[in-house]
Design a protein around this ligand. Sequence first.
Ligand code: SAM
Length: 188
Amino acid sequence: MEKYIQILQKWNKIHSLSGANSKERIEKNIQYSLYPLTLDSLKIKDKTCILDIGSGNGFPAVPLGISLNITTILCEPNVKKAAFLQNLKAELELDNFYIFRKKVEELSLSEIVAQTNKEPDLITSRATFEVKELLNKCIHLLNRDSLLLLFKGSSVQDELSKIKLKYEIFNNGLLNYIAIKGAECSGL
Ligand SMILES: C[S@@+](CC[C@H](N)C(=O)[O-])C[C@H]1O[C@@H](n2cnc3c(N)ncnc32)[C@H](O)[C@@H]1O
């Protein structure tokens, strides 16, 4: 993880990748990314393949993928950010990481399986779309056994009132983690 912090700081300096540039802020983002591992009911440690939507500078999937050491798919359409993620994969020799430089709505399950031999059973996303919009964009990538885990700020209630699905919400200070089972989404 130390090497990830160094590479992120280097790229932030040269390419202004994200606002989180100080070591303290990056470490906080790593903590927030790994917090769901403490939520036993989600059984994150049993997952075998993460798909992260809008990975940007790597949160939350890079810390999660490194910690869990499972197949980790990063979906990021921005050229500069995807290049950063490719560079990270090469420098840290993250052979279990796959980067798809495209929008999630253009990513298909068949191309994921063709490249990774896996179907994602954990789909994460942080600081991307409103819950309803995200669900619409990634519904084709969910299956009955997958879990959608969204990393949200404090004002998520408004977004949640727009969806008619069962969800669980886990609070951690100013952050909220929203868990939606794939089986709940079949009627969408
Ligand atoms: C605010 S950044 C969040 C980055 C990272 N998840 C984080 O929390 O630091 C949002 C990211 O979503 C990406 N993005 C925008 N539209 C997208 C789409 N249709 N599919 C996948 N990613 C998208 C952007 O390129 C950007 O990197």
